[in-house]
Design a protein around this ligand. Structure first.
Ligand code: PEP
Length: 257
């Protein structure tokens, strides 16, 4: 099975209802029928419904930037897997570096989110969002030669759920490349992506070849084609550059070349 190329926009905490709608509309128009490409928009929770309405008649998918590690209950400020599924969210990002490093999310917490997303599908909700599990090392960890140790540790949540792949996706996002304007070089990223796939192969067997592994960290129109042409890079998780329709559409265009 050939892996699809996926371009996902992580809008983080930006925009208003009006700008979210306008951006979604422009992406829908620009992407057209999107052959050979999956496009995903991840707006803030409060803009999900607006963006879902704007994308309803198009192949553009809509995902959440986060999800609660508990199915329901007294968890003030949280949003559950079932709530996202009911809205029609196709994906949920978990373990983003801003969640890990700014909000102190632990590997254990992220593992519970991964488990819930997986189990919801298993327990008869075929529309439960797919996990996009983010992994990536800090600059300090890279310089200490610990990149792969860190990534193997962050992939640990998946170990208990070998059949979660290829439904679940992985995003390799080196922390030092996120929002800095300094992307990993294509060779650097490919090296880590290949190591991730080898690790998946060892742990989960054949599903590894079908699992989408995205690169994230200062992807823009100017570097997207080179990054996406690497054999183990199956598209991008795009932050800043996803907030401008033209730039984001040029990144999508890079896949088609
Ligand atoms: C991200 O937030 O996932 C990201 C990769 O951000 P940026 O593209 O702005 O580096």
């Amino acid at each position: 099975m050939a892996r699809p190329t996926v371009v996902a926009g992580n809008w983080k905490m930006h925009g208003s209802r009006d700008t979210a709608r306008a951006l979604a509309r422009a992406v829908v128009q620009g992407v057209g029928d999107a052959t050979g490409l999956e496009v995903l928009l991840c707006p803030p929770f409060v803009h999900l419904l607006d963006v879902l309405e704007e994308t309803a008649e198009s192949p553009v998918q809509v995902g959440a930037q986060n999800v609660c590690d508990q199915p329901e209950g007294a968890f003030t400020g949280e949003v559950s897997v079932a709530m996202l599924a009911e809205l029609g969210c196709s994906h949920a990002i978990i373990g983003h570096s801003e969640r890990r490093h700014v909000y102190g999310e632990s590997d254990e917490l992220i593992e519970r989110k991964f488990a819930l997303l997986h189990q919801s599908t298993q327990q008869g909700d075929p529309d439960a969002p797919r996990a996009i599990l983010c992994v990536g090392e800090t600059l300090e960890e890279r310089e200490a030669g610990r990149t792969l140790d860190v990534i193997h540790r962050q992939l640990q949540p998946a170990r208990s759920f070998p059949d979660a792949f290829p439904r679940a996706l992985i995003a390799y996002e080196p922390v030092w490349a996120i929002g800095t304007g300094v992307a990993a070089t294509p060779d650097m990223a490919q090296e880590v992506h290949a190591a991730i796939r080898t690790h998946l192969e060892q742990e989960f067997g054949t599903a590894a070849q079908d699992t989408v592994v995205l690169y994230g960290g200062s992807v823009k129109a100017a570097n997207a084609s080179e990054l996406f042409s690497m054999p183990d890079i199956d598209g991008g998780l795009v932050g800043g550059a996803s907030l401008k329709a033209d730039e984001f559409l040029s990144i999508c265009q890079a896949v088609r070349k």
